[in-house]
Design a binder for this molecule. Structure first.
Ligand code: ADP
Length: 503
């Protein structure tokens, strides 16, 4: 192809042998492959089989004349450039030929230089045409590639096993895949462009999508998640991210949905197993505990059995520890299964905190600690919640504060309320928790092991229970702590929710 414009193939058609052969020689020396024909019919026959780029065409020939050849060539080979060779007498005919689509003309007799010039110009035109065409081809190819690329991405999205939905900044759906309809039981006929609420009924899911779409989350924020139940008893985990534009503006949200039913079922089976085993263990253990207590009380006055008494006392303490552990495990599995400890009702939080601190004051005093309660004069608003859960939350936190604070320390419980939440802080000036342990203390069975905590008994289940209970009440719990300076646990319970349930 490249050669076709650098050294185009030229067909010289002239009945005058001198002109025909002379031109062919000049053009061959220029490097062009040249063919010759003495008549119009012969030229057309050659062009049937031989590709030609330029035709040098005499107008006046016996048989088919040049004008007819031009007409046929223009029709059949519009890309071929036709240069008319003409005698002075027929300039007007040459002009007519130009009008009919000839590229140029060269009057006879001509100088070799003139011929070279005209042919070079034609070759240049061919080159430019070729360049333009290949650019155009490249351009259409790129666009086509983009088109197929787009459809490939589309196909991948359509085939994803996870549900995917993309929204714009108004939380209107701009893309969703079949897995999304299937997982949520959305009508697949429903067209794009409606707000997310038209497709999904779970209010919290929609609120999350709206929050991400409107730019309330940054790409580096922890990925917000939400668990929702779906038709057919399925559980889905939704995770979302904002889609950012070039100017770092939020364009919308992309949300994936994963079916976590199998995990949930396993988790439930595990909780049921723990509950069953705990039940089975608790009654024989309690019996052993009581029997030990009985034996011990009988032995009190017998001096020669001091050693046995010590052994039995230790065994009794251990059974007490095991009973506490089993109690915590039972509570935890019940709470994790979504059940409360008791039915929710209106609870006077300030009275509840007063009761708990009064109850635990003896324990604090045994360590010469001050246990203070600080509640605003106007009191705290009542909350609609499971009272046993609230007792468990604050009982655990205050007991921990006393346990992990040395003799003579101070524990302060303070309640506040603001527009959104009721906030209770349990602060101590005790051992504190190293930053690397602060996240782990809410994990089951995690206990900080060091010289100071060594002799403090516990199960490592208190804080996981507290966290689960707080979350069931749609609240949050956080900790601030520094080693040897003390810890402050802050519980925030959402206010409006608890109060609206109150009526
Ligand atoms: P337990 O107290 O039975 O060990 P928790 O789940 O209540 O279990 O607490 C987990 C761990 O967190 C504790 O073992 C302790 O190391 C640490 N911890 C909890 N509360 C405090 C506190 N107020 N001060 C220091 N450490 C604490």
């Amino acid at each position: 192809m490249e050669n076709s414009f650098q050294n185009p193939r030229i067909l010289v058609v002239d009945d005058e042998v001198d002109i025909r052969e002379g031109s062919a020689r000049i053009l061959s020396r220029m490097g062009s492959e040249t063919l010759t024909a003495s008549r119009g019919e012969e030229a057309l026959a050659i062009m049937e089989t031989e590709p030609v780029s330029i035709l040098l065409l005499d107008l006046k020939m016996p048989g088919m004349d040049g004008m007819e050849v031009l007409h046929q060539v223009r029709q059949k080979y519009p890309e071929v450039l036709v240069i008319i060779i003409t005698g002075f007498a027929t300039v007007e005919t040459a002009i007519e030929a130009m009008k009919k689509g000839a590229y140029d003309f060269i009057p006879k007799p001509f100088e070799p230089e003139h011929l070279r010039l005209v042919v070079k110009r034609a070759a240049e035109t061919l080159r430019l045409t070729w360049e333009r065409e290949s650019l155009e081809k490249a351009r259409t190819r790129t666009l086509m590639d983009l088109g197929t690329e787009k459809s490939r991405i589309r196909t991948i999205i359509e085939s994803l096993p996870n549900g995917l939905v993309v929204t714009n900044s108004q939380a209107q759906v701009v893309l969703m895949n079949p897995a999304f309809f299937e997982l949520l039981g959305v009508d697949s006929e429903l067209s794009l462009g409606h707000p997310i609420d038209r497709y999904v009924s779970d209010a919290k899911f929609c609120a999350l999508v709206r929050a991400i779409s409107s730019g309330r989350y940054q790409p580096n924020d922890p990925i917000p998640t939400h668990e929702l139940s779906a038709p057919g008893g399925n559980y889905l985990l939704a995770r979302g991210r904002p889609v950012m534009g070039e100017e770092n503006e939020c364009l919308g949200a992309v949300i994936t949905l994963v079916n976590i039913t199998a995990m949930k079922v396993l988790d439930q089976m595990k909780s049921e197993f723990v509950a069953k085993v705990s039940h089975e263990l608790r009654s024989p253990l309690s019996t052993i505990h009581e029997q030990l207590a009985l034996v011990l009380s009988d032995m009190v006055d017998q001096e020669d059995t001091v050693k046995d008494q010590n052994l039995l006392s230790r065994a009794k303490e251990k059974t007490q520890g095991l009973i506490a552990l089993i109690g915590d495990l039972l509570d935890l599995s019940r709470i994790e299964a979504g059940g409360g400890l008791q039915e929710p009702k209106s609870v006077q939080l300030d009275a509840l905190l007063t009761d708990i601190t009064d109850f635990l004051r003896t324990k604090a005093q045994s360590k010469n600690q001050q246990l203070e309660l600080d509640i605003p004069q106007e009191g705290l608003p009542p909350v609609f919640a499971d009272p046993v859960a609230l007792e468990s939350i604050f009982g655990n936190l205050i007991t921990n504060a006393i346990n992990y604070t040395p003799e003579g320390g101070r524990v302060r419980v303070s309640g506040r309320t603001d527009d959104q939440a009721i906030q209770v802080e349990v602060a101590d000036n005790g051992f504190g928790i190293e930053p690397r342990h602060q996240e782990k203390i809410f994990d089951r069975f995690f206990r900080v092991k060091n010289e100071k905590t060594r002799y403090i008994t516990g199960t490592g289940l208190g804080l996981p229970i507290v966290k689960n209970l707080v979350e069931n009440l749609e609240g949050t719990i956080s900790v601030e702590s520094a080693p040897d300076a003390g810890s402050t646990f802050t519980v925030r319970l959402p206010r409006e929710k608890l109060e609206t349930r109150n009526d």
